[in-house]
Design a protein around this ligand. Sequence first.
Ligand SMILES: Nc1ncnc2c1ncn2[C@@H]1O[C@H](COP(=O)(O)OP(=O)(O)O)[C@@H](O)[C@H]1O
Ligand SMILES: [Mg+2]
Length: 248
Amino acid sequence: MLKVDGVDKSYRVGGMFVGSKRQVLHQVSFECARGECLGIIGESGSGKSTLGRLLLGIEKPDRGTITLEGKPVTDRRARAGAISAVFQNYRSSLNPYFTVEQALMEPMQALGMTRSEMKDKVGELLQLVGLPVSYSSKYAHEMSGGEAQRVCIARAISTAPSCILLDEAVSSLDVSVQAQVLELLKGLKERSSTSYIFITHDIQAAAYLCDRIMIFRDGRMEELLETSRLGSVQSSYAQKLLASSITI
Ligand SMILES: Nc1ncnc2c1ncn2[C@@H]1O[C@H](COP(=O)(O)OP(=O)(O)O)[C@@H](O)[C@H]1O
Ligand SMILES: [Mg+2]
């Protein structure tokens, strides 16, 4: 399904012509099966979002390959509608001049759906993410953070992609809203064969949603294990995270 093989990525530091390169990702390899939810956990700065951008095909790896159903994600045509993303900053993810309906229709339009097909689909999508159909005429600033993020999720599932990447998608929501959105994601995931890549620094959220969890550290995959085996995780970083979340 999604296959990452031997990926390296570095960025230039100190300007275009001077300075050196800093390697952010080192030999990252893993697979995510159809319908699987894979969590990627790591500290801030460990390279999670960089990996996310490579998975989306926005940036290219220096070495290695990333394919979705056998096709490279950097191929624009191959990835159209096949992979989508939900980010932390739900407000800037939505065009402020678009109604919810326009925001939801945009990715479907790109796939060549007719207007009446899209109208029906908007109602269906809003229902799926637990928003009233009347929200189709609302603008981003007229919604709460949780509602705006639900719209982003509806947009991400609108093209029935084979993979959805969520980068800290619940991190900036209030704790009670986080729980509701996680529950929504869990329900959506159970109802489809879409794969989810759930990037977070929150081990509890990942444990709730994911089938497997990858511990990411300094641009390297430190450990990859079934969520049910999280109790026996070897990584001392993950052990610390677990210990601190249990006492909350
Ligand atoms: N476009 C970029 N140019 C230069 N350095 C970058 C760029 N994007 C990320 N980095 C660096 O790569 C490292 C990993 O960042 P990031 O992938 O955002 O980590 P995380 O999402 O885990 O917090 C950081 O040190 C960051 O400064
Ligand atoms: Mg990040």
